[in-house]
Write a protein that binds this ligand. Structure first.
Ligand SMILES: [Zn+2]
Ligand SMILES: [Zn+2]
Length: 241
């Protein structure tokens, strides 16, 4: 480590969002290494929903039986420590700097995915007006706007709206979640021309059952979208949902 690097750490102090030690960057090198280690443990994944599969499979049982409305899911990590904590800081303690941290990690670990991204339009999963008023921001948008994407990907934060106030997703089981997300999302008036025959990329923070992304993707495809991909910071395996 050079003297300049050491000096910079003290001149521009910030807290690593993971270990909360003063650092030059929002995620320090040792914490990035921990996340890289987690990622090396990922096994084969379903080509559509990204859930773990056996080596000889290409799709999970669920996608094999009923293909969801979305076409592909990419994630940063499973919903686990050490990154679960900074997501809570972002969402429930409004520590907005953590959005930069998650974007930095995505830009670090998904360089190829970003460089080769052929989506036309990026949208965040919309949050309800009630949640937006309470939190002050949409966490998925705060992360997504910092992705190092090609200029060809147009980012539109309000293409879709979430109008229904619903029960907290965490307190519902799988079937109840599917019902609660029905009719929850709508395309903004006049937005159909922006998605017709286009590849849409949805960004989310946590994907659990996939019902939210499925519901958004179904609405987008009904309005003419050609393809729908989803990038999510966390993927929760079914045994933890
Ligand atoms: Zn750290
Ligand atoms: Zn699948």
């Amino acid at each position: 480590m050079s003297w300049l690097h050491t000096a910079t750490q003290y001149l521009i102090p910030t807290l690593c969002m993971v270990c909360e030690q003063p650092q030059a960057e929002i995620v320090c090198d040792p914490c990035r290494d921990r996340i890289a280690q987690n990622r090396r443990k990922f096994g084969p994944a379903c080509l559509v929903c990204a859930l773990p599969i056996k080596p000889h499979q290409s799709l999970c049982m669920q996608c094999e039986q009923t293909k969801p409305a979305f076409d592909r899911v990419t994630y940063l990590d499973l919903y686990q420590e050490p990154l679960r904590y900074p997501l809570h800081l972002l969402k429930y303690q409004k520590r907005l700097a953590c959005a930069s941290g998650f974007a930095l990690l995505w830009n670090t670990f998904h360089q190829h995915t970003l460089k080769t991204c052929d989506a036309d339009v990026l949208i965040p999963v919309p949050i309800s007006p009630t949640k937006l008023a309470a939190r002050g921001f949409n966490q998925a948008w705060e992360i997504a706007k910092r992705f190092d994407l090609p200029k060809s990907v147009i980012r539109i934060p309000n293409l879709m709206v979430c109008h229904a106030v619903h029960t907290a997703q965490a307190s519902l089981n799988r079937a109840e979640r599917a019902i609660s997300t029905q009719d929850r999302f709508a395309l903004k008036e006049g937005a159909a021309s922006m998605i017709r025959d286009r590849h849409i990329l949805i960004v989310d923070d946590v994907m659990t059952t996939g019902s939210t992304i499925h519901s958004l993707a179904a609405t987008l495809k009904q309005s003419g979208a050609k393809r729908v991909s989803a990038w999510t910071i966390f993927r929760t395996p079914p045994w933890e949902s």
